[in-house]
Design a protein around this ligand. Structure first.
Ligand code: BGC
Length: 384
């Protein structure tokens, strides 16, 4: 955008329903003022205790992103195909009820610790902490009531790049067994370059493990019954972290060369998926990004040949969990009445490696008091 965002102005709020914000822009020298993007708000529904859930609609460039205050969940991403036809490319539900029921983290912000912690136990500064075990013998994605199942507070933010919404909450000391009051912010911004930028921050008053990520399930063909096996994937990862039968890393950092995990050159997701023999088969692996997670860098690119849609993922994180919806078995019916089956979608969850708390050779996922946790992940949409 040429010029700077001057203010986010609220034009109207109708009877607890739709609110619309516009974004006023200071023109670049010699240019007329333009409006870049829009932000609107509506009530998506109510939780069983009567708490209203807000849904924010962020539009800019050619994309529309919807985010709600329950679970800081992305409910929709609309992006055009190569002929300009806009379609929703993420799995989810048509209404809040679906999200309130049991589902595998569709679109959710996951935390306090995304991915697995072995046996639901860890020791930090000499103290042992016990978490709920909710995935075989391990803790997965923050426990029984993680960040995906709570109401967040939302606030529109003046952001130079476009419409932006910040969701915040305090995760109290002891929540799901984790130490320290953790103040968390997750900011969603949609830029004129068709990017969805997610910026996470957190501070704590006691040392705590932390690993925040977004768990969107993508199918770049749009709302379809077709699996993602024909999508082509590139991952900037020469290594991965092998796991045991409960999906806990062994601690080894192994090369992808010669394995079905080598996506260093663009390859169809389905090309080697049959090489996995353990049910439910498919990809569910943490890739060690070549960037090392030191600054925002390209982690992967996915191309869907029929529609021409391309999604690029950049992140400041050292790892990405590539998951092909192996546990989807047709029992969940989502948007437009579509039953979500195995390999219906892929997730690229930018994060620290699973079970980092038990592996001194993995990048540390512990936040100390006085320090600020940050994580930035950008999804950029285009066509080819
Ligand atoms: C995990 C999968 C899990 C899925 C849904 C992914 O991040 O790696 O094993 O089934 O989330 O919970």
């Amino acid at each position: 955008m040429d010029g700077k965002v001057k203010s986010v102005w609220r034009a109207a709020c109708l009877m607890g329903g739709l609110c619309i914000w516009g974004i006023a822009v200071d023109p670049a020298p010699g240019r007329a003022a333009v409006e870049s993007g829009s932000l609107s708000k509506m009530i998506f529904g109510k939780t069983p205790d009567g708490t209203p859930v807000e849904l924010y609609v962020l539009k800019n460039g050619q994309i529309t992103v919807k985010v709600m205050t329950y679970g800081a969940i992305i409910t929709e991403i609309d992006t055009p195909d190569r002929n300009g036809k806009e379609r929703d490319v993420v799995l989810g539900f048509d209404s809040l009820e679906g999200y309130l029921g049991k589902h595998p983290y569709f679109g959710a912000t996951v935390g306090r610790v995304a991915n697995r912690i072995a046996k639901g136990k860890f020791t930090l500064n000499g103290q042992e902490y016990t978490l709920a075990v909710n995935d075989g013998p391990n803790t997965l994605h923050g426990g029984l009531k993680g960040f995906d199942k709570v109401i967040w507070k939302a606030e529109p933010i003046d952001h130079p790049d476009g419409p932006s919404i910040k969701l915040t909450r305090r995760s109290p000391d002891g929540e799901e067994g984790y130490p320290g009051n953790l103040d968390v912010g997750v900011q969603f911004t949609v830029t004129e370059q068709n990017e969805l930028k997610i910026e996470y921050t957190a501070t704590t008053d006691k040392a705590t493990p932390i690993n925040l990520s977004n768990h969107s399930y993508f199918n770049l063909a749009g709302r379809t019954t077709e699996p993602v096996l024909g999508h082509e994937l590139m991952l900037a990862a020469d290594h991965y972290t092998p796991v045991d039968e409960t999906l806990i890393p062994t601690g080894e950092i192994a090369p992808v060369t010669g394995t079905p995990l080598d996506f260093t050159k663009p390859t169809d997701i389905g090309a080697r998926i049959k090489e996995f023999k353990v049910e439910p088969t498919g990809y569910d692996h943490n890739f060690v990004l070549n960037s090392g997670g030191k600054s925002l860098a390209l982690a992967g690119r996915v191309y869907e040949p029929k529609t021409g849609r391309v999604m690029e993922l950049s992140t400041t994180e050292p790892g990405v969990q590539f998951y092909t919806g192996n546990f989807l078995d047709g029992t969940i019916t989502g948007k437009d009445g579509i039953a979500y089956r195995k390999h219906h979608a892929f997730c690229l969850e930018a994060q620290h490696y699973p079970d980092s708390i038990h592996h001194a050779n993995f990048p540390s996922a512990v936040l100390e008091p006085g320090k600020t946790y940050t994580q930035t992940t950008v999804y950029k949409f285009s066509t080819r």
